[in-house]
Design a protein around this ligand. Structure first.
Ligand SMILES: NC(=O)c1ccc[n+]([C@@H]2O[C@H](COP(=O)([O-])OP(=O)(O)OC[C@H]3O[C@@H](n4cnc5c(N)ncnc54)[C@H](O)[C@@H]3O)[C@@H](O)[C@H]2O)c1
Length: 442
């Protein structure tokens, strides 16, 4: 089937390429000319394992094309996926202006039936607004449908997630839309044997925000428990393992650390809270989730400050700039909180990340970036671990100690074993775990 994707970012590019790989003919549109030119030269605007090969293969086979023209995209396919950004608005609500603009532009260029599919994460009942907008901008009485098909892929494992999703959620309100979307997803459903859930549009829209909010809640919950661990001598890894084996709870997302970041959780939790407030139902549980998340970062900063006393002129090696391993995405990454704080306190920064250096340096030019973790840690007064990259986990602890001026490691991702670190002579502060005995009273 012919498919148009509007918005060729993390979601749009992965989705479009996946659709091409399963045999569809795909046109990816973006209004960022530089991005589209790059893609036409087969240069990737983002890092995602396996993506580059798949883009090249499908582009060369003629199943995947790129363009900046929404007119071309509207003419090309009956089904048009919207995968543009839905960033936070100035009050934290989801900014739907990009989605609205696509709806408007599609309506202005439509000559016959089109199915507009919301793949971007949108607030519940966005479909109604989209329909109203389209009706206003349509010149003739041309039929159309709106559907919701929220995306659940995770950066870092996006290709795997696209071919083996836990489920596919589709919100439709016509047989025609239902048939088109089933046809598109049939190869993936057959191959992965995943559940294909068809529901009404509001439920599909809400499923995405509720899922992300729940995952953020799990992270904040385990972070809250980690604070109790630090006050009592309990070990958060053991506690998380103990509770995670309960099938009702599950093991995933029970990793204590510097809190969640990325382009989705912070903004989606915020948008969900705003939506509740607007509806007259305060989602207090999520307000607390946000507070815990912010507090966790401040708590790590206090740990660093506690060890170094004065941060001015101290050399801090920051390991990890991406919000998680496997991606170059730095949106809302913990490093974007810590780096400005450390600059403000006049610390001297040395930064390392295997793939997010470029994106981070666009936001923080003029800082010192290094190619390996060990180079980064040379003569540092302390190391701050913010992303659990394999290169960090595999660090040779003996060598690490040798290159540091002072063997202080503040680990925001619980990468190392406290007892190992103590044996190697480090002053090691992580999350919800202590090397020996009871923690200091803080
Ligand atoms: N990144 C993720 O892991 C992820 C996962 C699930 C869902 N989502 C959701 O998917 C949506 C997209 O996220 P993303 O991370 O891919 O964003 P992104 O910023 O990487 O990509 C969005 C793209 O849309 C383009 N765009 C904006 N307005 C446009 C327009 N009018 N016409 C054409 N192109 C336009 C931008 O130039 C950009 O390239 C968001 O709603 C997000 O919440 C993201």
């Amino acid at each position: 089937m012919k498919i148009t994707i509007v918005g060729t970012g993390y979601v749009g590019l992965v989705t479009g390429t996946t659709f091409a790989e399963i045999g569809h003919e795909v046109l990816c549109i973006d209004n960022d000319e530089k991005k589209i030119q790059k893609l036409m030269r087969l240069e990737m605007p983002i890092y995602e394992e396996g993506l580059e090969d798949m883009v090249k293969r499908n582009f060369n086979a003629g199943r995947l094309r790129f363009s900046t023209s929404i007119k071309e995209g509207t003419e090309f396919a009956t089904v048009i996926f919207i995968a543009v950004g839905t960033p936070p608005g100035y009050k934290g609500e989801a900014n739907m202006s990009y989605v609205e603009r696509v709806g408007r532009e599609v309506a202005e260029n439509m000559k016959s039936y089109r199915l507009l599919v919301e793949k971007s994460t949108v607030i519940v009942n966005t479909n109604q607004q989209l329909k109203r907008t389209m009706n206003k901008y349509l010149e003739d009485d041309i039929p159309f449908d709106v559907a919701s098909n929220p995306e659940f892929l995770r950066e870092g494992t996006a290709i795997k997630d696209a071919f083996h999703p836990d489920r596919i959620v589709v919100g439709v309100e016509s047989q025609r839309a239902s048939k088109l979307l089933r046809e598109i997803y049939e190869p993936i459903v057959k191959k992965s044997n995943c559940e294909y859930l068809e529901m009404n549009i509001a439920s599909a829209e809400l499923t995405k925000h509720a899922a992300n909010s729940f995952l953020a809640m799990k992270i904040s919950f385990i972070n809250a428990v980690s604070r109790i661990c630090e006050m009592t001598g309990a070990d958060i890894k053991q506690v998380a393992h103990g509770i995670g084996l309960d099938g009702r709870i599950g093991k995933s997302f029970l990793y204590a650390g510097v809190g969640y970041g990325g382009s989705c959780f912070p903004k989606d939790v915020d948008a969900f809270i705003r939506m509740g407030d607007e509806l007259g139902y305060s989602l207090n549980v999520l307000k607390e989730v946000q507070k815990i998340n912010i507090n966790q970062r401040e708590h790590m900063m206090r740990k660093l400050q506690h060890e170094l006393w004065v941060l001015e002129d101290k050399v801090i090696a920051v390991l990890g700039l991406a919000f998680k391993p496997g991606t170059d995405d730095v949106r809302e990454s913990p490093a974007l909180y810590f780096v400005p704080q450390l600059i403000e306190r006049k610390a001297k920064l040395r930064l390392w990340d295997p793939i997010a250096k470029e994106k981070f340096s666009e936001l923080h030019p003029g800082l010192s970036y290094f190619d390996t973790p060990l180079e980064c840690c040379q003569e540092a007064d302390a190391v701050l671990i913010l992303t659990e990259w394999p290169e960090v986990k595999e660090l040779n602890l003996k060598k690490l100690k040798e290159v540091l001026k002072v063997p202080i490691v503040i680990d925001g991702r619980n990468v190392f074993e406290p007892t190992d670190m103590q044996k190697h002579g480090f002053i090691y502060k992580c999350v919800g775990r202590e090397p020996v005995g009871l923690p200091d009273k803080k």
